[in-house]
Design a protein around this ligand. Structure first.
Ligand code: SF4
Length: 474
């Protein structure tokens, strides 16, 4: 997915004027928030549970290297293979190598944000491997040739009417008179996808949790597609970020009470699937081969920074739903895979602060994200720290700029040459584009054109005018 986080302001303005998007966002975020509050009220002590969950994730992070090695030992002991990927290229290469080794051409995939992050599906396609998304939301996004706008509800930005039209146009769903019926669309998708599981050479999943003490990968889903994708085909490849590890089943038991509540307002998802490697001789069925690809892709750098806590995120999406900025601009405005408050932290950290500089400022710092977060991540504090870092970097640019300016002022000839170059260049640019202003300047000057037009320099400077008029008046 192309990174356009620096376009945040421009994209947000477009989103704010999109009436269909606004309708979809209001309805979905209201429902999600209401569901979460009701489900959390159903626990005996929601805050105590949140602190217990926070403790579990922070403890896991403090032991991260040891836990990952333990996970590898336990997966390997049951006949699985663990592959380590330092970045997106290596992760994709591992998967392509596995596909070549087993002659795999068609895969079915359950929902996974890390595979979005590493651009896996398009990369596999380029290598001649077809991958079909089977989570309904992801499937809709795939046939729409777009991207998810939410980490749990990928099509939060779409109305059911739009999805209906898409199915009619792209996958031949018979049109029906009357109001749009989501059950009709879902049944069509179900029938359409069912055959694909049977035809697939391999299945792919992400992982909501890795349980180090037994080497288990856990996914929580509602549609059963995760179970079919991973259980039916002969090869299962799980691609998981290294931060998903927890030490014990006890820690998992705490976290799994909070993930569905925070994500979809459910006490528990319909399916909780656990994989311990390939099918064993006593198993009646299951994949013959199991591969776990552990993806770093910048996580170690976050781990070593002051932002380690960001790795405690369990990707529930609650901070997105409750954020007044996300509620208005939606996920695509954030310009990458992870939107909302947690995306405003992770994107700059994974993709470079200079490539996502508006995101830490895309928050009112109201604290709603922290209150909603099931692991009580201090999102506002991290946003403030990122703002501070960015300001420091901008201050450095500012200092260099002011020095150059001061030097120019002290050397009139240089100043005049600079003025002429700027005038010629900016007027040539506006002539080329046929506009009376410049739309976009390169960084760091894009801070201006992100929110304002940049008019060209005057053809004649005041200095020239003065010279001429002084001469005329003599
Ligand atoms: S930061 Fe917290 S609320 Fe936001 S997605 Fe992660 S776990 Fe959920």
């Amino acid at each position: 997915m192309e990174l356009t986080a620096n376009e945040f302001l421009r994209s947000s303005i477009i989103a704010l004027e999109d009436i269909q998007l606004q309708t979809a966002l209001t309805r979905s975020t209201n429902n999600a928030n209401h569901g979460r509050l009701v489900a959390m009220a159903d626990t005996s002590d929601a805050n105590a549970l949140r602190q217990q969950a926070r403790g579990a994730k922070l403890r896991a992070l403090s032991e991260l290297p040891d836990l990952l090695e333990k996970m590898e030992r336990n997966v390997t002991a049951r006949g699985g293979h663990v592959l380590w990927a330092t970045d997106a290229d290596e992760a994709n290469k591992h998967v392509i190598d596995i596909c070549r080794k087993h002659n795999l051409k068609r895969g079915v995939k359950s929902k996974s944000m890390v595979t979005e992050e590493i651009n896996m599906v398009p990369t596999l396609k380029d290598a001649g491997i077809d991958m079909l998304e089977t989570d309904l939301g992801e499937y809709i996004v795939q046939i729409d040739e777009s991207h998810p706008s939410h980490i749990v509800m990928p099509v939060m930005h779409m109305t059911k009417e739009k999805i209906h039209d898409l199915f009619v146009e792209k996958v031949g769903m018979p049109d029906r008179e009357g109001p749009v019926d989501p059950t009709y669309i879902t049944s069509f998708a179900r029938k359409h996808l069912r055959q694909k599981y049977l035809e697939a050479d391999f299945g792919m999943s992400g992982g909501n949790f890795l349980i180090a003490e037994t080497g288990t990968v856990v996914i929580v889903t509602n549609e059963g597609n995760g179970r079919l994708s991973t259980g039916l085909p002969p090869v299962h490849i799980a691609v998981v970020g290294i931060e998903k590890i927890v030490p014990t089943w006890e820690d998992f038991a705490t976290l799994v009470q909070l993930l569905p509540r925070s994500a979809t307002g459910q006490r528990m998802t319909v399916y909780v699937n656990m994989f311990n490697g390939p099918a064993q001789s006593v198993d009646g069925d299951g994949p013959e081969h199991f591969y776990l690809v552990l993806v770093d892709n910048g996580r170690s750098d976050i781990y070593a920074s002051e932002y380690t806590e960001a790795l405690a995120c369990i990707r529930c999406g609650a901070c997105l739903n409750t954020c007044p900025v996300y509620q208005n601009v939606g996920g695509h405005s954030y310009g990458w895979v992870y939107p909302g408050p947690i995306g405003a932290i992770i994107t700059p950290l994974l993709k470079g602060k200079e490539n996502a500089s508006p995101l830490p400022f895309a928050s009112s710092l109201c604290g709603a994200c922290k209150s909603a977060c099931p692991v009580d991540i201090n999102i506002p504090d991290m946003l403030l720290s990122l703002r501070h870092d960015l300001q420091q970097e901008q201050d450095a640019i500012w200092r260099v700029g002011m020095k150059a300016w001061s030097f120019g002022f002290q050397h009139p000839l240089l100043y005049e040459i600079g003025d002429k170059v700027a005038s010629t260049a900016t007027r040539a640019l506006t002539e080329m584009t046929g506009k009376d202003h410049i739309d976009m300047l390169p960084p760091p000057l894009d801070g201006w054109t992100n929110v304002r037009d940049f008019p060209p320099f005057a053809e004649k400077s005041f200095r020239d005018w003065w010279r001429e008029n002084k001469r005329n008046s003599e």
